[in-house]
Design a protein around this ligand. Sequence first.
Ligand code: UDP
Length: 192
Amino acid sequence: KRTVSILDIPFNDTTLSEFTSELHTKIDSHQNTFVVTANPEIVMYANQHPEYRRTILSADNIVADGIGIIIGSKMLNTPLPERVTGYDIFTELLAWGNANHKSAFFIGAKPEVSQKLKTTLKTNYPDLAVAGIHDGYFTDEQPLVDEITATQPDMVFVATGFPKQETFIQKHRHAANAVWIGLGGSFDVLTG
Ligand code: UDP
């Protein structure tokens, strides 16, 4: 797997369609996978916070979310082909999951957004099995983790913003052999 390093963060040299195909294969074979969609803010933050840096370096894939990363890669003469954003991966996986009867677990956003998300999923992705939906303002993680363990979803979408979402994923990813991905404000965008 080819990577391009930006401030010592190894980005996958891949396109959106290549990368989502790779994820489909991983989901079909139940490979435990942690994906970080890193924008310049995440790279800067990792540069200043060694613990968060270790968290994102523990991911299986780091992809370029944000034009700033693409521009940086070009300036370094190691151009990445295109943005691979969390939101684009999210909507692609929802559509693929719907077409292939996969299951997904959703964590993040405000309670009212989380409620709206339920309706949006039912309407637009009726054949995607919703293993669980929770807002991102919980104090105790354990009940959520227990629910993920019990339901064994194919995909776990964590949209609580960085660094929270990646820290959560690193800590709990072994609860299910799923693709785990941090998605920032994607639930707000999908329901907005
Ligand atoms: N959020 C959450 N729990 C928190 C803090 C934030 O679920 O404790 C949600 C917030 O409601 C929003 C998302 O996380 O939906 C953060 O979106 P943003 O675009 O700021 O993401 P970032 O770029 O910080 O990763």
